[in-house]
Write a protein that binds this ligand. Structure first.
Ligand SMILES: NC(=O)c1ccc[n+]([C@@H]2O[C@H](COP(=O)([O-])OP(=O)(O)OC[C@H]3O[C@@H](n4cnc5c(N)ncnc54)[C@H](O)[C@@H]3O)[C@@H](O)[C@H]2O)c1
Length: 315
């Protein structure tokens, strides 16, 4: 449903950026979508293809051009940059994409000074931190899509195992959007019940070994998809469209987006995903949810890993 008059800018019209545009168009999250990519030919082709769908969607216009096409955007989604090749981790992309963010974000804010900046480019947490540092904005205005996607992957696997619909599973993956992420089983619930009680009769409990296997499958998911089709795009695009909706609709929706941590369980000066309240000005509250001891230790390891990559690049 289109809410008022609103504009979403998308930087990068590759697999992820174009699919984010498509998801935003189909869901009608804004009245105007604007695309920018250094590969102008590809961007023009995507804009044309999306325009030919306007008859069937509630969005008023899809435009493209140089960075100035994003003028006045309420939200800018950053998907530009290098992507993972088979076998590469997200952190391997850091140097290239941090440099891209540092160059892009100040120029972006000149044309869209009021935008909430939503970083999707990997490694999402390091690039979000670099974007925040070069933006000079209040921390809540720059966020990363983080583990909204990973949490949805976890919920899908748990839902399958427990025989319930995916949205009925309440469970988060927190920390890095990447190898050191943490599945928070201690707070996971279906219908208010802890997961141990949610396995269908006769299937045995969802014991520790099985939980570990599921968490590993969540971490491996992107690698498997990249091995099979070169990149991932559908689920991330839907996750991003939901975050954009939360911002434009001022929904105060709780989402595990990547945000600057300032004393969260004692963790400081790093961007990681934790449950956040997301509304019109971006992240308005960071929730310090209770964690089991091993989960907290996992979050600290995740923070160290992301912070050390950022520091090695001078951010
Ligand atoms: N956070 C997540 O959950 C998630 C999920 C999937 C992919 N990703 C990441 O998203 C990024 C994009 O992935 P993709 O598959 O769309 O890659 P892609 O190669 O298909 O597209 C990237 C696009 O960015 C453009 N680009 C590069 N530098 C630019 C710049 N400075 N300004 C404007 N445009 C620029 C390229 O021309 C290209 O069209 C990658 O970093 C990938 O790892 C993140």
């Amino acid at each position: 449903v289109v809410r008022g008059s609103s504009k979403v800018g998308i930087v990068g019209a590759g697999s992820v950026g174009a699919t984010v545009a498509y998801a935003c168009q189909v869901r009608g999250v804004a009245t105007e979508l604007a695309l920018y990519d250094v590969d102008e030919r590809k961007m023009r082709a995507e804009v044309l293809d999306l325009n030919h769908g306007l008859q069937f969607t509630p969005v008023a216009s899809v435009v493209g051009g140089g960075l100035e096409a994003l003028a006045g955007a309420d939200v800018v989604v950053v998907t530009a940059g290098a992507k993972q090749h088979p076998g590469q981790s997200r952190l391997d992309l850091a140097a290239t994409n941090v440099a891209m963010a540092r160059d892009l974000v100040p120029r972006l804010l000149e044309v869209a000074p009021d935008a909430v900046v939503l970083v999707v480019t990997n490694p999402c947490d390091v690039v979000t931190y670099a974007a925040l540092r070069s933006a000079g904005l209040p921390p809540g205005r720059v966020l990363g899509s983080g583990t909204v996607l990973d949490s949805s992957r976890l919920r899908y696997l748990v839902a399958q195992r427990c025989g319930v619909a995916v949205p009925s599973v309440h469970a988060y993956v927190l920390g890095e959007h990447g190898d050191s992420e943490v599945a928070v089983w201690s707070g996971a619930r279906i219908g208010g019940q802890p997961l141990e009680r949610c396995a269908p009769p006769g299937t045995g409990p969802l014991d520790r070994a099985e939980r570990e296997r599921i968490a590993e499958e969540v971490v491996r998911a992107a690698y498997d998809i990249i091995a099979g089709k070169g990149a991932t795009w559908y689920a991330v695009a839907l996750a991003v469209a939901q975050i954009v909706e939360a911002v434009l609709g001022d929904e105060n929706r709780v989402l595990p987006v990547s945000t600057l941590l300032q004393g969260w369980h004692g963790i400081d000066d790093v961007c990681l995903s934790v449950p956040c309240v997301v509304g019109r000005s971006g992240v308005t509250r960071v929730l310090e949810v209770p964690l089991a001891e091993d989960e907290l230790a996992g979050m600290r390891r995740s923070a160290d890993s992301v912070r050390s990559v950022a520091r090695s690049l001078g951010v």
